[in-house]
Design a protein around this ligand. Structure first.
Ligand code: GAR
Length: 196
């Protein structure tokens, strides 16, 4: 039986798309639902056009009540009987209350070589620090932000004249290779880190 995957997005969803497109007949997992906190997320439109189920839970009516927001997501997810969650550009911090029951079954992609540059503006910070190398990481999600066991990393050079945008674009190309490759291995039972 294929593992049932839910993919969480907040924006364009290019990583979600890379994951969905990789989940062919030979894959141990299948995409079951795409979840967003943003009804205008490009990723939601793409998923609907691809015939995938979608769930939108707007975080704004919940204000600071993250637990209530997460409770609404959990409730909406129940019918999908998920085995695994992939965060793919999901820009809301999830609390321990949500994350802990998914321990070992929730993956995230982060645009830096963790443990460097947790949080936001990773490309700007890497440039400001004078890094010569940057990249992305797929890791298991734990309650600490952008922490948890690393399942894979891909590296890119920082080039002369790079801006945050040019660097982000170079990293994103690698994200689209890394995340599907890691998910394929992980769902086949291999948690050893993949280094691209
Ligand atoms: C990606 O670069 C992803 O690594 C990053 O957001 C972008 C989403 O792009 N995620 C984070 O910063 C998580 N903290 P996408 O919507 O095109 O996949």
């Amino acid at each position: 039986m294929k593992k049932r995957v839910g993919i969480f997005v907040s924006g364009g969803g290019s990583n979600m798309r890379a994951l969905v497109e990789d989940m062919d007949a030979t894959h141990p997992a299948a995409p079951v639902v795409v979840v967003s906190n943003n009804e205008n997320a490009g990723g939601i439109t793409w998923a609907q056009e691809a015939g995938l189920a979608t769930v939108v839970v707007d975080h704004r009516p919940y204000g600071r009540d993250r637990a209530a927001f997460e409770g609404a997501i959990n409730e909406a997810l129940l019918p999908y009987d998920l085995d695994l969650i992939c965060l793919a550009g999901f820009m809301r911090v999830l609390t321990a209350g949500f994350v802990t029951p998914w321990r070992g079954r929730m993956l995230n992609i982060h645009p830096s070589l963790l443990p460097k540059y947790r949080g936001l503006h990773t490309h700007t910070r890497a440039l400001e620090a004078g890094e010569t190398e940057h990249g992305c990481t797929v890791h298991l999600v734990t309650p600490e932000l952008d922490d948890g066991p690393i399942l894979g990393q891909a590296r890119v050079p920082v080039e002369e004249g790079d801006t945050p945008d040019t660097l982000a674009a170079r990293v994103l190309v690698q994200e689209h290779k890394l995340y599907p490759a890691v998910l394929r291995r992980f769902t086949a039972g291999d948690s050893t880190p993949l280094m691209l």
